[in-house]
Design a protein around this ligand. Structure first.
Ligand SMILES: CC(=O)N[C@H]1[C@@H](OP(=O)(O)OP(=O)(O)OC[C@H]2O[C@@H](n3ccc(=O)[nH]c3=O)[C@H](O)[C@@H]2O)O[C@H](CO)[C@@H](O)[C@@H]1O
Ligand SMILES: C=C(OP(=O)(O)O)C(=O)O
Length: 421
């Protein structure tokens, strides 16, 4: 059992180094398996638990993988894939496992998905993925727990997503990249991580146009080759560090090439947080008091659902009543009960939450129900009086690399502990 212990009250100051993006590197590991020859090199890889699980999964299907932790570099040789099975004991531990399906389909003619994990946020359907594969010519056999996808070659088609699914878009692009003919994906996701994956696939030889427009066209090619690529910065990690600086009354310089916080920056500015860009560095500091805010989560360029929990903590520390409307997931308010244990006043009504601030927060023993509620509780702990203990820290480690060390370097009093239980 991993737990984080945070003693609040320290202002965070200094330079925060933003990690590479979890939601870009996971599809990239899946994409690397599409190359039947050579070694793919991924740089700026975040050393997080989801990456470790993705490495284990790639090895389980036969790839040779080196994870060079201190260099934050992955080397993947997928020239010999030996198994089409995504085993339950690894695949159920993270969502990114679903992103291995296209490579197994193309390379081995089938993918046997024994389960898909990820944060527990209510219903998380995969029907767009499977309907898309079917439209491209695959046979999909959906059992109670195991899903079997088979195809002896895919053929391009026009695909439509009811909503712009992030991993759904990535999976269908990868499936179309080596299909015969042209595929059009309508209502495709616009997230920057999807565009970074398109960049990687394009370097590999894929012919993809329309990324970022919602209409993606993929002209299938015969083969994809192994290349080197640097993973984009993690805008969720950046958002969390910006909030940590703001709520502790500190001042941080965020370093991570090309970092753009978009609507998150504007929302925090409305709350009174000050940002300044100095070339490649984004500095952040809080004003004297934080103002309340209205948040509606949405697909990009809307406010990212993954930052909804962290901003709930910030809202609890603002003077006045904030409103949060969660529109992507139907079960993403597990944080409210935990924040209330620390003295917050959050009322949940369906997919809306009312946060009545400012209430002083007091340290408590709290539970991370998923990755983002976990990191939101770390934020609460930084601003609370006394000691906060957050379990299970594994969920936080799924998405944030070396969190305690990076925060301690900025002055936070935080430790990561491992116990037998
Ligand atoms: C590994 C990764 O990149 N995870 C991110 C990805 O998850 P993920 O790709 O799973 O999220 P999706 O965009 O697919 O899902 C969003 C919503 O669409 C619904 N849906 C999705 C697919 C489908 O086939 N049918 C369907 O109904 C889901 O139930 C959910 O309510 O995007 C989410 C939304 O930005 C983020 O919170 C996750 O951090
Ligand atoms: C929901 C998340 O991740 P996943 O899709 O990997 O469960 C997240 O990163 O907040």
């Amino acid at each position: 059992m991993v737990r984080y212990r945070v003693r609040g009250g320290n202002a965070l100051r200094g330079t925060a180094f933003i990690q590479g993006a979890k939601n870009a590197v996971l599809p990239m590991i899946g994409a690397a398996l599409l190359a039947a020859k050579g070694r793919t090199v991924l740089r700026n890889v975040p050393i997080i638990e989801d990456v470790r699980r993705a490495v284990e999964l790639a090895e389980a299907v036969g790839a040779y993988v080196e994870l060079h932790e201190s260099e934050r570099t992955l080397v993947i040789d997928a020239s010999r894939l030996t198994s089409a099975v995504l085993p339950a004991e690894i695949a159920r531990r993270f969502r990114g496992s679903v992103l291995f399906t296209p490579a197994l389909l193309h390379r081995l003619g089938e993918a046997i998905v024994e389960g898909v994990g990820g944060c527990n946020l209510g219903s998380r359907n995969l029907d767009f993925h499977y309907l898309g594969y079917k439209r491209l010519g695959a046979i999909v056999d959906e059992g109670e727990t195991v899903i079997h996808v088979k195809a002896s070659g895919l053929t391009g088609a026009t695909l439509y997503l009811d909503t712009p699914s992030h991993t759904g878009t990535e999976n269908l692009i990868m499936a179309a990249a080596l299909a015969r003919g042209t595929t059009v994906i309508e209502n495709a996701a616009l997230e920057p991580e999807v565009l970074d994956v398109i960049d990687l696939l394009t370097k590999m030889g894929a012919r993809i146009s329309g990324g970022g427009t919602g209409f993606i066209t993929v002209e299938g090619v015969e083969e994809l080759h192994a290349v080197e690529h640097t993973v984009m910065p993690d805008r969720l990690d950046a958002g969390v560090f910006a909030m940590a600086g703001a709520i502790t009354g500190g001042e941080l310089n965020l370093v991570g090439t090309g970092l753009d916080l978009g609507v998150v920056r504007y929302k925090l500015e409305q709350m009174g947080v000050e940002f300044a860009r100095q070339g490649a560095v984004l500095s952040v500091r809080s004003g004297r008091t934080l103002r309340p805010i209205n948040i509606i989560t949405d697909t990009y360029p809307g406010f990212a659902t993954d930052l909804q929990s962290p901003i709930m903590t910030v809202a609890a520390l603002a003077e006045g009543t904030s409103y949060i409307h969660e529109r992507i997931f139907d079960g993403r308010f597990a944080l409210a009960g935990e924040l209330n244990k620390m003295g917050a006043n959050v009322e949940v009504d369906g997919n809306r939450a009312i946060v009545r601030g400012r209430t002083p927060l007091t340290g408590a023993q709290v539970t991370a129900h998923d990755l983002r509620s976990g990191i939101a509780l770390v934020l609460a702990g930084l601003a609370a009086e006394g000691e906060t203990v957050i379990e299970s820290g594994y969920l936080i480690d799924r998405g944030h690399a070396h969190l305690a060390a990076r925060m301690r370097a900025l002055g936070a009093d935080i430790t990561r502990e491992i116990s037998e239980r």
